[in-house]
Design a protein around this ligand. Structure first.
Ligand SMILES: [Zn+2]
Length: 143
């Protein structure tokens, strides 16, 4: 098995924060901040493009619970939730994961992508997205 996150799940060696059937959470070896947590699907899915919706739902629900615990247990004032999928996104490990990074006012880190994309598109991107979403999610014609 080549996937390092699947190895963690199988060997159980991670510093677990939560373990559930469809999703789990652990702290990484090199945290960006104290309490930095990774939430992943328990089974292997490469990215947001291939994860089944019910597993994504379970994962995002755990993201929310971890974020809430960061406020109550770590006294964080906020969180950053970061994830990458696909070429060009700088995805580090090809097993879908969500970084949940606790933030405190003036903590001195910046976890957002910096700068602005050089990529330019023809047409209005929001209109193109709306058309694609309507195409992919056709309403039922029940009449
Ligand atoms: Zn994996």
């Amino acid at each position: 098995m080549d996937c390092v996150f699947c190895q963690l799940v199988q060997e159980g060696t991670a510093h677990w924060v939560a373990r559930e059937a469809d999703t789990c959470a652990f702290t990484p070896l090199n945290p960006l901040a104290p309490g930095h947590t990774l939430v992943i699907p328990t089974s292997h899915f490469t990215d947001v493009f291939e994860v089944p919706p019910h597993v994504l739902t379970a994962s995002m629900t755990l993201v929310q619970r971890v974020a809430t615990a960061m406020r109550t247990a770590l006294d964080a004032s906020g969180v950053n939730i970061l994830s990458a999928s696909g070429p060009g996104s700088e995805q580090s490990v090809p097993h879908l994961h969500f970084h949940v990074v606790p933030r405190w006012v003036d903590d001195g880190i910046s976890t957002w992508p910096s700068g602005q994309s050089r990529r330019r598109l023809t047409g209005d991107p929001g209109t193109r997205l709306a058309a694609a979403l309507n195409r992919d999610h056709k309403p039922h014609h029940g009449m």
